[in-house]
Design a protein around this ligand. Sequence first.
Ligand SMILES: Cc1cc2nc3c(=O)[nH]c(=O)nc-3n(C[C@H](O)[C@H](O)[C@H](O)COP(=O)(O)O)c2cc1C
Length: 328
Amino acid sequence: MNFLKDALLTPDLLLKNRLVLAPLSPCKANPDGTVNDNILAAYDELSKGGYYSLLILASSYISNSGKAADGQTSVAADHVISGLKKLSDLIHSNGSKAVMQINHAGSAASSQITGEQVIGPSALSNPSKDSDAIPAEMSLNQIRSVIDDFTQAAIRVKKAGFDGVEIHSAHGFLLSQFLSPLTNQRGDGYGGDITGRCRIHCEIVKSVRNAVGNEFPILIRLGASDYMSGGLSLEESVIAAKLLEKTGINLLDISGGMCRFQNPNDSGPGYFSHLSEEIKQAVSIPVLVAGGIHTAEEANQILQRKKADLIGIGRAARQNKEWAKDAL
Ligand SMILES: Cc1cc2nc3c(=O)[nH]c(=O)nc-3n(C[C@H](O)[C@H](O)[C@H](O)COP(=O)(O)O)c2cc1C
């Protein structure tokens, strides 16, 4: 867990060691999801100089049915590992740590892309999507397969030399759908109150931990509020965060749920930092927040006010490839 310790051992709250590149795909992978030269070049440009303590790479798909978009990177098969290794080597040689984000899109996937039936926790449309298509409710066997696919994907990420793995449970994708009462109305143990709706997460974390060992960091991107009537609330996410910490998550990366990565009520700097602040008070593992942070001053304010331990930079880093260097 060295990079997490490094970040938190910094004696003051200055930005050094606390800047993270938020997951945001710089370009498209090959049609089979393998890494290509364009991806290597784009991450090279973003990581040059090692100014970010950590890069969290954009979401990769754990299985064909969970693929969100054409051009997404795959962690769904062993043949992708060699390309991923080139990517982790490159980021390391530039001086930063690298974590791969792994995802199943659930009802945010489309049959046109996957060629498969779209699945979700319940047969309910997904409010984070434009379409009101109804997914098939997942069977217990399908839930077990998804847990296994996350586990196999995490093993590949570790084999590819990454410093950790981030499980995607935000932005209206499958695990975000399990957390939200708007998309999860299951009558079995994977639905109901927040403990039930967070059960698949805990089972994934346990299974991944078993497979990758105690020293490999497991992060989670937690969509901590839907900002929708009847949707996931911050109060419930605080309970989920504590459960996830207890189950073995090493870092909580706070973002939005069904509202995706924007807060419908606030577009100011650190627009999710009211979520991360409350969650940070409830747990003792590091908390990361991204969203609307454009300047070093804004980032420092969030740190100084103890609203997060680490700061994620997304679009600002894409607009200015030297953003982190300038900020530091
Ligand atoms: C084009 C684009 C792609 C993104 N891809 C991902 C992704 O793969 N995984 C993820 O968790 N967030 C993704 N995000 C959200 C960003 O990580 C980040 O949370 C969001 O852009 C807000 O931070 P910012 O205001 O610093 O950009 C994406 C955002 C954009 C604009």
